[in-house]
Write a protein that binds this ligand. Structure first.
Ligand code: SAH
Ligand code: F3S
Length: 472
């Protein structure tokens, strides 16, 4: 029985794709190896969002290969995902020991190709073609065995691709056009997860607020896959009672008995219509948490980025969300050093952060991506300036975050216990509804339970609960 080790870079979509590939391989008789040193197959599921992420995966593969040459001459190597999609065969030209390059619409073919490679039927495989219906193929989960800790929470992929074409972003090129699964298909997957003990589901996509808005180009799935053939009407969900397709999907998932919490990521601010804000007020399982990537606080930069909203509109959404759900946790993504960003633009980003008071924000130093419009914009900023602005913004985000976390001290809050703390296996960790990690001194039997804990102190973007006051 061949063994496989999968290492994942990048976003939660990539984590989910890797899980689906692992589940597919386990179903085909593969075992999951604990490290690249003992695996027959090493797969790197890659990210292309920034150059850094690509270099890290390339370096990793170079190291794994040079190590294997000495000790494991028959090991198979593959790149999956976004960098595989954007670079294709070039990866094999660069690293000739790589055997497999599998694009973002081809994860479901991993087992077939690996069997061919291991069996000597093929020497190299590069498959980065688009495939109709591939959005419906990320549905297998690993709830037992190696990924047992994840069984309390699960990610469900609801759509693939993005049509927003933000000028800095490579995702529309690596992930392709927006393609949505159907509501019944997604609900069936969620039901099954809940039947297996999952309490919290995160609906995933690159731009989930655009769910169900676009018809697939050709609405059929190749019947040779033995998969269901989609009907022409599938993949597009018309407005119903003024509710967008995405809100209809949340409502349908909300009906599932036994499911306690619903999250989603990533939405786009322009998709935060009043119907979605109202859903927060109406649907108790939809937790009070929102990741709302703002990218910049300057209208001039937002326009150059092709984001489709203004600073004022963004602030209005935040106000409405906080009115609908006081205590909502709000996080964001921000890019520092977009081409042409002036000191005044950057200060608008600082002031927006002060105004919103994010619970946390992920800061990205602008990275030029091949073939994106921003890559050829004038006035690309020098690295030291980007570094300097990044450090200033990071300090502000940390200061605000610390204040917002400290406000929890002394408060009682509900957590869903996910498993042992990553940093200290002897302690347990859970998440508040507003998406903050709480570490406390519980035991394994609390896993999967909703508990009230009292917060006693804070660490870096972590809350600590006093085990003595846990309500049992
Ligand atoms: N909607 C997707 C976006 C993927 S990219 C999601 O949130 O999963 C994630 C974040 O990476 C973006 O929100 C943006 O802040 C950052 N990013 C994207 N392209 C970038 C680039 N060229 N340079 C720096 N950061 C970038
Ligand atoms: Fe990228 Fe913008 Fe879509 S950040 S994933 S093009 S919403």
């Amino acid at each position: 029985m061949p063994s496989v080790y999968i290492k994942t870079y990048g976003c939660q979509m990539n984590e989910r794709d890797s899980e689906a590939v692992a589940a597919q391989l386990v179903a085909k008789g593969y075992s999951l190896a604990a490290s690249e040193h003992v695996a027959d197959v090493v797969l790197l599921n890659t990210c292309s969002v920034r150059d850094n992420a690509e270099q890290t995966a390339l370096n990793k593969m170079t190291n794994v290969i040079s190590d294997a040459r000495k000790q494991r001459p028959n090991q198979i190597f593959g790149f999956l995902g976004c960098m595989a999609q954007s670079r294709g065969k070039e990866l094999i030209d660069r690293l000739p020991d790589v055997d497999l390059v599998l694009g973002t619409q081809k994860f479901h073919r991993a087992a077939e190709y690996l069997n061919d490679l291991l069996g000597g039927k093929r020497n190299k495989v590069v498959d980065t073609e688009a495939e109709q219906g591939s959005e419906g193929t990320i549905k297998e989960h690993l709830l037992n065995g190696a990924a047992k800790d994840k069984a309390v929470t699960a990610f469900v992929s609801i759509m693939q691709g993005c049509n927003q074409y933000c000028t800095f972003c490579i995702v529309p090129y690596t992930r392709g056009e927006e393609r949505s699964r159907t509501i019944p298909d997604i609900v069936a997957e969620c039901r099954q997860l809940v039947a297996q003990g999952v309490k919290e589901i995160t609906l995933l996509g690159q731009i989930v607020t655009s769910y169900g808005r676009r018809r697939p180009v050709t609405p059929s799935l190749s019947p040779s896959d033995g998969e269901r053939v989609a009907k022409p009407s599938e993949g597009i969900v018309p407005l119903k009672d003024g509710k967008s397709a995405f809100v209809q999907l949340i409502e349908a998932v909300h009906e599932i008995e036994g499911l306690e919490r619903i999250r989603f990521t990533s939405p786009h601010p322009k998709g935060y219509g009043d119907d979605l804000v109202a859903a927060y007020a109406r649907l108790p399982k939809l937790v009070e948490s929102a990741h709302l990537p703002v990218q910049s606080g300057s209208d001039r930069v937002l326009k150059l980025m092709h984001r489709g909203y203004t600073r004022a509109r963004y602030l209005e959404i935040i106000r409405k969300l906080r009115a609908a759900r006081p205590g909502i946790g709000i996080t964001s993504d921000i890019i520092v050093g977009f081409p042409g960003e002036t000191e005044a633009d950057f200060e608008e980003t600082l002031s927006l952060c002060r105004e919103v008071e994010f619970d946390n924000a992920y800061l990205f130093k602008y990275s030029q991506r091949k073939d994106t419009p921003a890559a050829s914009m004038p006035d690309q900023l020098p690295e030291p300036l980007i570094e300097e602005r990044h450090a200033r913004l990071l300090e502000l985000i940390n200061t605000i975050g610390k204040r917002r976390y400290e406000a929890f001290i002394g408060r009682q809050t509900q957590i869903l216990v996910e498993g042992p703390s990553r940093r200290n296996e002897a302690r347990m960790a859970g998440r508040t509804r507003c998406n903050k990690i709480v570490v406390f001194g519980g035991s394994a039997r609390h896993r999967g339970e909703l508990l009230d804990v009292k917060i006693t102190r804070v660490g870096s973007f972590t809350l600590y609960g006093d085990p003595a006051i846990v309500n049992l």
